[in-house]
Design a protein. Structure first.
Lengths: 114, 110
């Protein structure tokens, strides 16, 4: 099973809402990532978890809160978002965090903040 | 930090070859990757090349690496309409060092 799944596929939320994005992989990968991708742009790294510990936070605003409950799951909790946060949020995983490990991506959650 | 450049758009006719180019600044990585993103989907690893190789062929795909000029290219032979997508180079390696180019949008005309 080389699949990374993400739910929901689409999410529309107001600026006062609280929602969560979910990501799951069963490849035994120990590194998991959240990326944000705006239209016609490359993915931008937000967070990296390695062995269920947050190892990279790319100066992401606190209205985005990641969580890694176990080695297969990764959540992104959203609160008080702004319209400019509307984007495709991609989850990825890799066997390790070294440069020899390619990333496997999920299909993404298309988020619209109204 | 790493700087990666790609041309943003390429249009070819079905059956022709496509060549997507990428230039980069950081040459320390052991692996250099190409990813494909179809509309509304996540990224899919297409192929990669070891930094000690000049060329790698994988069916219709050929990757060329010129380390001296820090230039990476992806050639797709016999391009099909299903190849229409955005292609990202990631010359900085994998893991949390992955940095993507801006992406080249390939449009294949039937």
């Amino acid at each position: 099973d080389t699949e990374v799944t993400q739910t929901p596929k689409h999410l529309v939320m107001g600026m006062t809402n609280k929602k969560s994005l979910k990501c799951e992989q069963h490849m035994g990968h120990r590194a998991m990532y959240w990326y944000k991708q705006k239209a016609k742009k490359p993915p931008e790294l937000m967070f990296v978890y390695s062995y269920e510990k947050l190892s990279i936070n790319e100066s992401v605003p606190s209205r985005f809160s990641p969580e890694c409950p176990n080695s297969s799951l990764l959540n992104l909790h959203l609160h008080a978002l702004q319209p400019e946060d509307s984007a495709l949020y991609l989850c990825a995983s890799s066997a390790g965090t070294g440069s020899s490990y390619e990333q496997y991506f999920g299909p993404g959650t298309r988020l619209t903040v109204t | 930090g790493e700087d990666v450049e790609q041309s943003l758009f390429l249009s070819v006719r079905e059956g022709d070859s496509s060549v997507i180019n990428c230039t980069y600044t950081d040459s320390s990585s052991t692996y250099l990757y190409w990813y494909k993103q179809e509309p509304g989907a996540g990224l899919q690893l297409l192929t990669y090349i070891f930094s000690n190789m000049d060329m790698k062929q994988d069916q219709r795909l050929t990757v060329l690496l010129n380390k001296k000029d820090k230039h990476l290219s992806l050639r797709i032979a016999d391009t099909q309409t299903g190849d229409s997508a955005i292609y990202f180079c990631a010359p900085g390696g994998g893991g949390f060092k992955t940095i993507f180019g801006a992406g080249t949008r390939l449009f294949v005309k039937a």
